[in-house]
Design a protein around this ligand. Sequence first.
Ligand code: 4AD
Ligand code: MG
Length: 485
Amino acid sequence: MNDRKQKRVRIKELLSESLIGKEIIVKGWVRTKRANKNVAFIAMNDGSCIQNIQIVADPAQIGDDTLKGISTGASISVKGELVASQGSGQSTEVNAKSIEVLGEADPEKYVLQPKRHSLEFLRENAHIRFRTNTFGAIFRIRHAMIFAVHQFFNERGFYNIHTPIITGSDAEGAGETFRVTTLDLNNVPKTEDGKVDFKEDFFDKEANLTVSGQLEGELAAMAFSDIYTFGPTFRAENSNTSRHLAEFWMIEPEMAFYELADNMDLAEEMLQYLVSYALENCKDDLEFLDKRAADEDKGRPQNERSELGLLERLEFVKANEFVRISYTEAIEILRNSKPNKKKKFKYLIDGWGTDLQSEHERFLVEKHFKKPVILFDYPKEIKSFYMRQNADGKTVAAMDILFPGIGEIVGGSQREERLDKLTGRMSEMNIPQEELWWYLDTRKFGSVPHSGYGLGFERLMLFVTGMGNIRDVIPFPRTPGSAEF
Ligand code: 4AD
Ligand code: MG
């Protein structure tokens, strides 16, 4: 005898038609209800997919009291028969035998109404925005991308390493770190010369939230050959832009025996893999976002509209090789470009050596090449101490990948594996060697050429979803002045 409780079926499964004619239980949240004396139509969603399932209910059978408690946002459990749908729009619907209201949602106070809300409004209501079509689609895609990242590296024999979130060194951060402390801020212990006495702190020294897992990742690559980290990183830079978060997730592979070109090959292959994965596995959600973006575009002046739709952009990146040019070549292109000559850039390019601003990156990608671009061999002055010094004495083996609509999506380099060159650069840049003794040890014992890069996961999400603001592709964004929820 089978007396187990009947299990609920997800809406995703109900839409597939295989359960037509069966009695099922479905649970979820009400999107809309339309009712008259004879019949009620309830559209409900359980987050398993973008589609709602329609519940058809006979008021005489379900009861007016129950129907009264069903409004937008309420949670319900429905028992009934899955039937082929009469109306257009969906393949199946449920003829309700009974409905239980699990949780009512006071229509006077529930903030989501069956209409389009602005993204700003939804950001202020981030606790509830998961229940909208747009954010449902975004965060299902986010899950798929996380899964695809692990699959990509696993298929290629990379090992995932958890690097620390609390770090005792600020090697890369240069002051852009968040401090971690248990000291009483109202009564900070001081040393004899009046400085904060971190010996009294939890770790007996200064500690910060990590800005990158790279340095620890390099240690693991010196044993496993190919590793990657995928973790949260924290930067206290005060940039309130649509591309920056104070807390973001980063994928950082690190490969022994890789030179810069191998590094670029892997990064390009990975980005194309992730985009292909989304196209194959997130079809319904992407089609919804594609339409959404097209609608938004219609409201813009002609010259600000995107040349390609979201799906077209994804197909394009999947199918086309990225352009690879050196920083020096890029500067030449920019110097001779129309916006530079006509002084349209906010930061004019007049010489070799300055860092590129996002307006320059986007010009190269969106106007000049109309393709993703990998820039390599940057001036050493604008890059980190650990990047491998080129023979010209001026540049390092760095590479950044620039994407349309986004600018920098990946930053990486071949690493300086030669101890004397590395320590030389550290002295020039005033980076204390004592603190990084463990990092320098890898260059003393079995040092090898190696490379790696960092992909900003939310920048990838911006590209894949076509959203314009990075606050909309992470569930709970942290930005200057904002850490609600
Ligand atoms: O270029 P970044 O600073 O490189 C590193 O951190 C290296 N340690 C990576 C490595 O070689 N292992 O950051 C890498 C990427 C950027 O290209 C960008 O996509 C993203 O991280 N990123 C941010 N994303 C969101 N908000 C921010 N504040 C970001 N800063 C960097
Ligand atoms: Mg960078």
